[in-house]
Design a protein around this ligand. Structure first.
Ligand SMILES: NC(=O)C1=CN([C@@H]2O[C@H](COP(=O)(O)OP(=O)(O)OC[C@H]3O[C@@H](n4cnc5c(N)ncnc54)[C@H](OP(=O)(O)O)[C@@H]3O)[C@@H](O)[C@H]2O)[C@@H](O)CC1
Ligand SMILES: Nc1ncnc2c1ncn2[C@@H]1O[C@H](COP(=O)(O)OP(=O)(O)O)[C@@H](O)[C@H]1O
Ligand SMILES: [K+]
Length: 463
């Protein structure tokens, strides 16, 4: 997955069509908008083709119209271009664009391939799977290409969920990113966003670059963020989370553990809490900025009791791992979002134990946040952050090396650190730092290696 622009709106197909209609109401014609799309596509294709022959696969709708427009512009610019057509266009502007294309045209089934294939068959209007004959022709043409460039979406990809579709190396998203550009597997390849000057408003966007500031001059270790990490049966998980919190900006991190343990990092304040009542005593402290519960907690009776004590405390919470599984479907009823801020950090499995999500990962996560009153950080190849107000940010370009045990503990520690430290957007900042740290560590990362990579990022938010 490519590096996507930060803070770029993500719109559904319906929102995209509504935005187009507003542009038409303002006086622009569908043909003019299609020409803008053709210009944007031709510019990118010319750059990427670098002189190689180009075959444009043109469908019957608006996506095909973009293809005909781009083919004409590329030919005018001196490129070697042919068109393979799925059939006569039915979309009015596409009919005009097809009529303006005067270069060589073949039916899809009998076309020869080219080193560069531009897929302009289906965009946001894909209504059904391809019939067998065009599907076979498409497979043949794509298999012989060196570079596959999809216009707006890889044909057949569901715009809302990112499921299905052909394999592309590059996808040129027209006008705005749609959910299919940030969700789903790798089949969209590198996503480039082409601006078509269409005004857009959306509650959904890619992850914004956070604002990171050094501690205030008058800071003390307590005002910088006093955090309690509730450790459990798996000692390593708590240490990873607490270490990430220290390196992610918390001033004072207490690791509450069921057994007496010591070891690095020595900046960690270790407290032995033999049982739930000892934890309750520890949590009776107004100076605590946030509590993290879940990493390595276990799911036995002792874990249940620790979780109950945490929920009974008044503190802002980050709830992760086993604690999410223990809450299950009762999450909304138990976490007390009427009296504090709560952040849930489920992976896909934990999410489905708590919520019956509908629609795409974005829609399901937004629904979960609205239903629970918590900010939900739904992890995975795309991490979707949804707050109860309906605002959603998606981090879609994190390294797949993050698929490694313990990296979720690091993220939970970061969210908790940012929350305790008073960051206005703890979830977004944490996911950003996590992704950048993973990129710095690179191939073969292990969770431990992410921790020293965090501190330098606090100083250089733009990296
Ligand atoms: N958004 C914007 O700002 C702008 C958008 N623009 C572009 O318009 C695109 C949207 O155009 P769109 O609405 O015409 O839909 P599109 O993706 O071409 O598909 C519908 C066509 O495909 C056909 N068809 C469907 N399924 C099929 C199948 N399985 N197998 C075969 N055929 C199938 C369907 O035929 P029908 O179902 O009617 O038989 C119909 O003809 C958008 O993605 C972008 O590229 C730019 O031009 C301007 C700015
Ligand atoms: N394929 C992937 N691409 C990018 N990030 C991933 C991928 N798989 C997992 N991650 C990230 O790695 C972390 C894994 O968290 P989690 O599953 O809770 O692991 P653990 O419980 O072992 O710490 C999450 O931040 C998640 O978003
Ligand atoms: K396409």
């Amino acid at each position: 997955m490519s590096r996507l622009p930060a803070g770029a709106p993500i719109v559904t197909a319906a929102q995209m069509r509504a935005a187009e209609e507003a542009v038409f109401a303002g006086g622009a014609t569908p043909l003019a908008l299609m020409e803008r799309a053709g210009v944007a596509v031709a510019r990118q294709v010319a750059r990427l083709a670098a002189g190689r022959p180009i075959l444009v696969l043109a469908g019957t709708g608006g996506n095909g119209g973009d293809g005909y427009a781009a083919a004409r512009l590329l030919r005018e610019a001196g490129c070697d271009v042919r068109v393979a057509s799925l059939g006569p266009p039915t979309h009015p502007a596409a009919m005009t664009m097809a009529a303006r294309w005067t270069g060589p045209t073949w039916p899809l089934a009998s076309a020869a391939s080219a080193p560069v294939v531009v897929d302009a068959l289906l965009g946001i209007g894909a209504a059904r799977p391809f019939a067998a004959e065009p599907a076979a022709a498409l497979d043949r043409l794509l298999a012989l290409a060196d570079l596959r460039i999809a216009v707006d979406l890889p044909s057949g990809r569901d715009p809302g969920t990112g499921e299905g579709g052909i394999q592309a190396d590059v996808t040129i998203a027209l006008g705005a990113l749609k959910p299919a550009h940030v969700l789903g597997d790798d089949r969209a390849g590198h996503v480039l966003l082409a601006d078509l000057s269409i005004p857009l408003a959306s509650d959904w966007s890619t992850l914004s670059r956070p604002t990171l500031r050094p501690p205030r001059r008058e800071a003390t270790k307590f005002t910088r963020g006093k955090l309690v990490v509730v450790g459990g049966a798996m000692a390593g998980a708590g240490v990873l989370a607490a270490s990430a919190a220290l390196h992610g900006g918390a001033g004072y991190v207490i690791l509450a553990e069921p057994e007496r343990r010591d070891g690095a990092p020595h900046a960690l304040v270790r407290r032995h809490v033999a049982d739930a009542s000892a934890l309750a005593t520890l949590l009776a402290d107004d100076g605590i900025g946030a509590v993290l519960v879940g990493p390595g907690l276990g799911r036995d009776e002792a874990a249940q009791a620790q979780l109950a004590v945490v929920l009974a405390s008044p503190h802002d919470l980050v709830i992760d791992g086993d604690a999410l599984t223990l809450l299950g479907r009762e999450v909304g009823a138990r976490i007390g979002t009427d009296r504090r801020r709560v952040f849930l950090t489920p992976h896909g499995g934990e999410f489905s134990r708590m919520f019956t999500g509908h629609g795409s990962k974005i829609a399901a996560t937004a629904g979960a946040a609205a239903a629970s009153g918590a900010t939900v950080i739904h992890k995975g190849p795309a991490t979707v952050i949804a707050d109860p107000s309906g605002r959603v940010q998606v981090a879609a370009d994190a390294s797949s090396w993050l698929a490694s045990a313990g990296t979720g503990d690091v993220l939970a520690g970061l969210v908790a650190a940012r929350l305790a430290a008073g960051d206005e957007h703890p979830a977004e900042t944490a996911v950003w730092l996590h992704g950048r740290a993973a990129a710095r560590v690179g191939a073969g990362l292990i969770a431990d290696a992410m921790i020293p990579a965090l501190s330098p990022l606090l100083d250089r938010p733009s990296t």
